[in-house]
Ligand binder design. Structure first.
Ligand SMILES: Cc1cc2nc3c(=O)[nH]c(=O)nc-3n(C[C@H](O)[C@H](O)[C@H](O)COP(=O)(O)OP(=O)(O)OC[C@H]3O[C@@H](n4cnc5c(N)ncnc54)[C@H](O)[C@@H]3O)c2cc1C
Length: 380
């Protein structure tokens, strides 16, 4: 039986950050064969590690504020700079390593972790059970029994719930978020990207680039819509897309009529190609049965219907895609104190995605992992 001051279960972004800041004798247990694997997949392999605009409204709950008051994005960047990481921000404030490689972020975290003499890391170690005893916690893996005075759960979204159940801790069940949406078939649109699309539905209203798939839609604005729907526990319904969000409806109507007047012998497909992607133009005209119509033959009603469709293209959402980035749900912040210690189960700490905190795309989720890991590490 090995004894520790603290045991951290899960060596992802939050668990590593926590271990790096611990000064007590600490054990870091990781179920997979290497630590920090998921970091490598973040930001399309570039790792969008935080955002210069740390807006609380980008999270599902304002309760995160006191935690960011303890360790914010600027302090995170300073922390990484001290590890030797140089970064840049894009036009949306998203921070990436200068190398544009998530490997750099993980490598520098691991350089620092390897120098920590008080932290022992064990991979391929998935606890089978976690039990509360008088003076702490007993954690059993297949090969070993560990005892820790403090226990930190840093398992990410879904996998730590078995331990929460064993410790009789309440949590909100999880739902996938930041994910593409499944839709009814998008005929001829697979692979088509459209910028500046206004996406509206169920109280969501945002402009961004979308990518069509054969039976789905994706892109940052759609990921953010999925977060909005996940929080409302909705996964199906109707949304609308405004493909020409920069042009007000009357102006668009005038522009379309003017183009028709100038090119009466064009097919409508050719007219519409002056406004948007060819495949999208065809898709819309087919839906309206106008694909073979000559410009001069279009009635005023048909023009109005066409304009309305361009501004309010209906899409039926049938569910969430499978490759989600985060989970909503987890342990409620109201059940945790300012150090993320559980109010009922003393010496138990929850960090990262296992806490009911989730942000929109843009580095906000990793920022929560760094912040929560740092806060708990500081009290170990
Ligand atoms: C493809 C993808 C891209 C993303 N891109 C971004 C991005 O660019 N910016 C951003 O802010 N966020 C991004 N995210 C979200 C971000 O990665 C997570 O919010 C963040 O990693 C959460 O950190 P965590 O420490 O809570 O969990 P994780 O990073 O998931 O780490 C949990 C660790 O615990 C281990 N573990 C799980 N169960 C057990 C167990 N029972 N015993 C022992 N170990 C266990 C896991 O193997 C893992 O190593 C992305 C997510 C994905 C999937």
């Amino acid at each position: 039986m090995e004894q520790y001051d603290a045991i951290i279960i899960g060596a992802g972004a939050s668990g590593i950050m926590c271990a790096l800041n611990a000064t007590a004798k600490t054990l870091l247990l990781e179920a997979s064969d290497r630590v920090g694997k998921k970091i490598l997949a973040t930001g399309n392999g570039k790792c969008n590690l935080t955002n210069d605009n740390l807006n609380i409204q980008c999270y599902n709950t304002p309760l995160v504020k006191p935690y960011f008051d303890q360790f914010n994005n600027e302090e995170t960047l300073q922390y990484f700079a001290d590890l030797g990481l140089f970064t840049y921000a894009d036009e949306a404030g998203r921070r990436y390593p200068l190398s544009n490689s998530a490997n750099t972020v993980l490598d520098l975290l691991l350089c620092a972790l390897n120098l920590k003499q008080n932290v022992k890391t064990v991979v391929n170690a998935m606890p089978l059970s976690v039990e509360r005893v008088n003076n702490g916690f007993v954690v059993k893996t297949q090969n070993q029994t560990y005892v820790g005075r403090k226990l930190v759960l840093a398992t990410g979204g879904n996998s730590g719930t078995q331990y929460l159940q064993q410790l009789k801790v309440n949590y909100q069940s999880s739902r996938p978020s930041l994910v593409g949406l499944k839709t009814t078939k998008n005929k001829g649109l697979a692979g088509v990207r459209v910028s500046n699309v206004r996406v509206q539905g169920n109280g969501f209203d945002e402009v961004g680039e979308i990518l069509f798939k054969e039976d789905g839609i994706s892109g940052i604005v759609i990921f953010n819509l999925s977060a909005h729907l996940a929080r409302k526990k909705i996964s199906t319904g109707q949304i609308t897309l405004d493909f020409l969000s920069g042009i007000e409806i009357n102006k668009l109507s005038t522009m379309l009529q003017s183009s028709i007047q100038h090119h009466p012998k064009y097919l409508m497909a050719d007219i519409l190609e002056g406004f948007l992607h060819k495949s999208l133009a065809r898709n819309i005209l087919e839906k309206l049965a106008l694909n073979q119509t000559m410009a001069k033959d279009l009635t005023i009603d048909e023009i109005n219907t066409l304009v309305a469709t361009l501004k309010h293209y209906p899409v039926t959402v049938t569910g969430f895609a499978d490759n989600y980035q985060v989970h909503t749900g987890g342990v409620n912040l109201l059940d945790l104190d300012e150090h993320l210690q559980h109010r009922q189960v003393r010496n138990l700490y929850c960090i990262g995605e296992l806490v009911d905190v989730d942000g929109v795309c843009g580095g906000y989720n990793l920022q929560w992992a760094w912040t929560s890991g740092k806060i708990v590490g500081a009290v170990l």
